[in-house]
Write a new protein. Sequence first.
Length: 244
Amino acid sequence: MDDKLPAGLDLLWQRLDQPEPRTGLSLSRIVRAAVELADSGGLDAVSMARVAERLGFTTMSLYRHVKSKNELLLLMLNSVAALPAEMAEPAESCDDWRLGLERWCRAQWVMLRAHAWIVHLPITGPPITPNQLAWTDRALGALRGTGLTESDKVGVVLLVANYMHTAARLTADLGEAASGESIAAYSSLLGALADERRFPALRTAIDAGAFDYPAGTPEEERQFDYSFGLARILDGVAALMTQR
């Protein structure tokens, strides 16, 4: 393994297949505790001191396993980005590239929603952790046999991944603003403000219910829906395949 890997990545790759000690403090236990803190309180809840307290050790003892909080964040990301069981093995073939990418996006969405803090991590470069690369591999695999060049495939995967990340961040930032009550209140406010003379196109959309959730949508499903934007992206990919 290249000894010039950025700090933190050397830990990920060097310890990839090492077993976890049965007792005492370990890197995996530190990462697990940090993820639990982030899941419950966001990234602001994660500090070396709080992780140590959660595990019942001193803060200094953590530094024997991880050098800094930035390294810890990288390890946390790799931990929660483990592929789900149904995607653990590379597909031997993909008869429908579109269904393959839609399946990949659904799995990504589940991960990003379960660990909303991921979208607030500082971006320091392209995906490079073991689990991130596994996700990239599966997405590229879905495009096998499409006739796209390898550069095209990488471009498509980056485009889709960036879109999913942006959609998940918007959902996380909206929070309660995306609830059924908030959307209904916004729609009512728009209805009161947008007169037909000044905003004719907007008025038409409001009257058509375009800003409301579809009737009968359960409360738990009332959130930002990434599917419309993804469908348009994949339509563009299909057009690119036709050109190729």
